[in-house]
Design a binder for this molecule. Structure first.
Ligand code: C6P
Length: 404
């Protein structure tokens, strides 16, 4: 992997922030975009822009073909059976809302949905909405170092949940879950299995067919693609049975004043004019990731993670949260006596972007007994120099706040 060359593909990384070269370490929130993706979106608007699935004219056919190609590329990326199983949404949040609405239609009072305490709010709040129907939402406990509590998981699965929805990896701690094992455990309990893959697919290879998972959700913007485009993968036979989430134009085959009939998959779940340019840009982002190789990217992140973690452990008064092994290139930490927002403000003065706060995971924060953390997250364009600047920045925080 030639990082120097990769870095050149990202125009924003040349930007100066407060007089310093940008060091972007908030990749779990969103990633930067390579020039290839930016140009693909521009090129679409300059050359192919028309609405999809509508016009009997050349430009609309071009637009439709490009948009459908994006579904095909996504299917290949996650090894789905066919593009009919790929629904484009706005983001992971919308994908999970779709599931909670459409699967929720079939649930009955006292049915159980099982999720975990390590989840992002996106995989908690949509399920809580089903409480209006009398559905129970249960949570698998986490251990002190941020892993799922296996004993508790077994016990909660014995409640025979109808749905088991869990994250592939924690956005706060970087904990990578054993998705193969979790899917199998869910299946053995006769639950539908859902993976929130928003922090997974850009770092770890996934093969949904082999995994036999029922649904996964993820976002383009966390994997070099545009914002406003997300994915819901679902097994064809399940999607066929589910009622649509949003209704209106494009998702129907026939409408009369009395009744409407649904379009075929995946369009049944894509109501209205979709984010065509976003989908087209996303396809190029996937191609970019495939060219570099997800495994190579993961190896690179692991090197940075190990290096930065070691350096941080040398500094007194730093608490790092999460497991020691099996984690993404995410370091969630606190500097003793300094608020996480102050840590990120000091780093920002040097052009270093990290996130601070509860990271949309308040139940996890409660379990850890903290209000928030500072979080640095690496991706393919980050370098050892970035890690060094980040470490220097933390030392500076300690000096400014006079903490030992
Ligand atoms: N986490 C973070 O800084 P959306 O916003 O819908 O694209 O993704 C939501 C989401 C769902 N699941 C997980 C595991 C996530 O990490 C996220 C987004 C960002 O950690 C923004 S809060």
């Amino acid at each position: 992997m030639n990082i120097k060359k990769i870095k050149e593909d990202f125009p924003i990384l040349k930007k100066k922030i407060n007089g310093f070269e940008l060091v972007y370490l908030d990749n779990s929130a969103t990633t930067q975009k390579p020039i290839q993706v930016i140009e693909a979106v521009n090129c679409y608007y300059e050359n192919n822009n028309a609405n999809v699935h509508r016009g009997g004219y050349e430009l609309s056919r071009e637009s439709t073909d490009l948009y459908e190609e994006a579904h095909k590329e996504t299917a290949e990326f996650i090894k789905a059976k066919k593009m009919e199983e790929i629904i484009f949404t706005k983001n992971t949040t919308e994908s999970i809302n779709l599931l909670s609405f459409s699967l929720g239609e079939k649930l009955k009072k006292n049915d159980v949905v099982l999720t975990t305490k390590i989840e992002h709010h996106s995989n908690i709040v949509p399920w809580q909405q089903l409480k209006r129907k009398g559905i129970k939402v249960e949570f698998v406990e986490v251990t002190k170092d941020g892993k799922l509590n296996e004993k508790d998981l077994e016990e909660k699965l014995s409640f025979k949940p109808k749905i088991f929805a869990f994250t592939g990896a924690s956005n706060v701690l970087g904990t990578v879950n054993d998705i193969k094992k979790l899917v199998k455990q869910g299946k053995d309990a006769d639950a539908l299995t859902i993976i929130d893959a928003a922090q997974f697919v850009q770092h770890k290879k996934i093969n949904v067919k082999k995994l036999n998972v029922d649904f996964i959700a993820f976002s383009s913007h966390k994997m070099l693609g545009p914002t406003g485009i997300g994915v819901l993968y679902g097994k064809e036979e399940l999607l066929e049975e589910m009622p649509p989430f949003m209704t209106g134009g494009d998702m129907i085959s026939k409408v009369s004043c009395e009744k409407s009939y649904w379009n075929s998959l995946p369009w049944k779940f894509e109501a209205g004019t979709p984010n065509i340019a976003g989908g087209i840009g996303f396809r190029i982002a996937l191609k970019y990731l495939e060219r570099i190789g997800i495994e190579e990217i993961d190896k690179h992140e692991q090197k940075l993670l190990n290096y930065a973690t070691k350096e941080m452990q040398e500094i007194d008064g730093i608490e790092i949260f999460g497991p020691e092994k099996n984690k993404l290139g995410i370091i969630s930490f606190n500097v003793k006596g300094v608020h996480p927002h102050d840590v990120s403000s000091v780093l920002d003065r040097k052009g270093i972007a990290i996130r601070s706060g509860n990271h949309c995971a308040q139940p996890l924060m409660e379990e850890l007994g903290i209000k928030g953390t500072a979080r640095a997250s690496f991706y393919l364009y980050n370098t050892k120099e970035d890690a060094d600047k980040f470490i220097e920045g933390i030392k500076e925080v300690k000096k400014i706040f006079k903490v030992d």
